[in-house]
Design a protein around this ligand. Structure first.
Ligand code: SF4
Length: 221
């Protein structure tokens, strides 16, 4: 009997909480309609330890949803935004290989424009439906710090009143979660209309990542 989608992803999340088990199970999720038009679900990963069951992770980065390239390749942050994120992490002296990267929503939401698949922002219903996967990742990975990339990820953890423009780069607290820092999604740099905006957004992203690195440094010392 098919599982009922109104419960969101919860009925599809297995009890066994290891990353390989979760990564395999998410491919069968029908917790909302997004699976219908995506190539595959894109689960989070730690680049160097893809098959580790419970890797030790200091920082977990949460984006919005997979993009066109991520959807095709089945891996998070491998498209243009991911490449920019790599550069910004490098500038902030954060080892990308030690960062677990994932998304708020695991399937690509898009609309056709000619031959292109254009990113479409996930709605609150899809974000809520997908939350059990994010919760399972958090419980398995146990990061010391969460970095939310963009307003969708930040508001999904900190509430819809959270204002990224005002509170980016600051340590935020939410019940039952590790400390959270929110910053811009790298796509906000790529989509900026002017060189000036692009430059400013990139600076914000790098500076906030430096704050995240500094927080972890202090937490360890
Ligand atoms: S977006 Fe999330 S809840 Fe919706 S089908 Fe995909 S994995 Fe399931």
């Amino acid at each position: 009997m098919p599982k009922i989608a109104t419960e969101g992803a919860a009925p599809f999340v297995p009890e066994g909480r290891s990353l390989p088990v979760l990564r395999e199970a998410v491919q069968h999720c029908q917790g909302c309609d997004l699976y219908r038009h995506a190539t595959q679900a894109v689960f989070g990963e730690l680049e160097t330890h893809q098959n580790a069951t419970r890797p030790k992770v200091a920082m977990m980065m949460i984006g919005e949803q997979p993009g066109d390239q991520e959807d095709r390749q089945g891996r998070p942050f491998v498209g243009p935004a991911g490449k920019l994120l790599d550069q910004c992490l490098d500038e902030a002296q954060i080892d990308r290989h030690a960062v677990y990267v994932t998304n708020t929503v695991k399937h690509f939401k898009w609309e056709p424009r000619g031959k292109l698949r254009i990113h479409k922002k996930p709605g609150m219903q899809e974000i809520r439906a997908c939350r059990p996967w994010l919760r399972a990742e958090l419980e398995t990975v146990h990061p010391q710090l969460i970095v939310c990339l963009g307003a969708v990820a930040a508001q999904s953890l900190l509430g819809s009143k959270f204002k990224l423009t005002q509170a980016h780069g600051e340590i935020e607290r939410a019940e039952g979660l590790p400390p959270i820092i929110a910053t811009l999604h790298p796509s906000a740099v790529l989509r900026a209309q002017t060189d000036e905006d692009r430059h400013r957004n990139r600076e914000i992203l790098v500076e906030d990542l430096k704050q995240a690195a500094a927080y972890l440094h202090h937490a360890r010392s």
